[in-house]
Design a protein around this ligand. Structure first.
Ligand code: 1GP
Length: 240
């Protein structure tokens, strides 16, 4: 569990973590070198790779290409079993605990086992909580689950805590890819107060200020995907 241990160590040292999420479905392979070079000089500590609807081999090809240009850990954030590839360093083994669809609580995980057997991927059990935005997100659509209401903060806190008590090693609060509004700081703070495990926050974060807001509210790890798809130049404002 090297990657996970390094996450814990960084947090214990007071560091804030930041991941750039690359969706193989939306990213042009030919753009990898220049994009990864920018990531290397940014505050990014990890590269996440994954998406809700991805062709079978595109994740593997993309991860192999990214590896050529960076030493940052590449962590799979898969929407489906087909996105699991041994070429990455770690896998967020996501359980969608905000929903009640058994396929995304245990079903897909069983299907993943034959693929994981014999790989060197570091598997990190991760609770995944989808919190609603104005639009129905891809995660909601694909998983057939409803997101949790932003207004019922206690239920979100209790859900996160239940995930921790079940043994999950990371907790991911998700506003949905491309959400109009990032999660409000109050949700992040209250969840963080309850948890001992690291907290990841993503969805709808588009600026340096919004990254800082999430970190200051208690997120150990902030994730951005869509904002870089729309405007790669944002990375230039995230220098180390
Ligand atoms: C999506 O949390 C991630 O699963 C990142 O969201 O694409 O809105 O940055 P964005």
């Amino acid at each position: 569990m090297i990657i996970y241990k390094n996450i814990l160590k960084a947090i214990a040292n007071g560091e804030k973590l930041f991941a750039v999420l690359i969706d193989p479905d939306k990213f042009k392979l030919g753009n990898t070198k220049s994009f990864i070079k920018k990531i290397n000089t940014s505050i990014a500590t990890h590269i996440f790779v994954g998406g809700s609807t991805v062709d079978e081999h595109s994740t593997e090809m993309l991860v192999a290409e990214i590896k050529k240009y960076t030493n940052l850990p590449i962590v799979l954030f898969p929407g489906d079993v087909t996105q699991i590839t041994n070429r990455a360093d770690a896998l967020l083994f996501l359980s969608l605990i905000s929903g009640k669809n058994p396929e995304y609580l245990i079903g897909k995980h069983i299907n993943a086992v034959s693929k994981l057997r014999g790989t060197h991927l570091e598997v990190i059990p991760t609770g995944y909580i989808l919190i609603n935005s104005e639009v129905k997100t891809a995660v909601s659509r694909v998983t057939g689950t409803s997101a949790m209401s932003r207004n019922n903060i206690q239920l979100i806190v209790d859900t996160a805590k239940a995930g921790e008590l079940l043994g999950m090693k990371l907790m991911y609060l998700e506003a949905g890819s491309g959400a109009k509004m990032p999660l409000n700081p109050e949700i992040i703070t209250k969840v963080k107060q309850e948890l001992k495990i690291p907290l990841i926050v993503g969805g709808g974060i588009r600026s340096v200020i919004e990254i800082e807001n999430a970190h200051n509210a208690g997120a150990d790890f902030v994730v951005i995907g869509t904002a870089f798809e729309v405007n790669e130049e944002l990375l230039n404002h995230l220098h180390q």
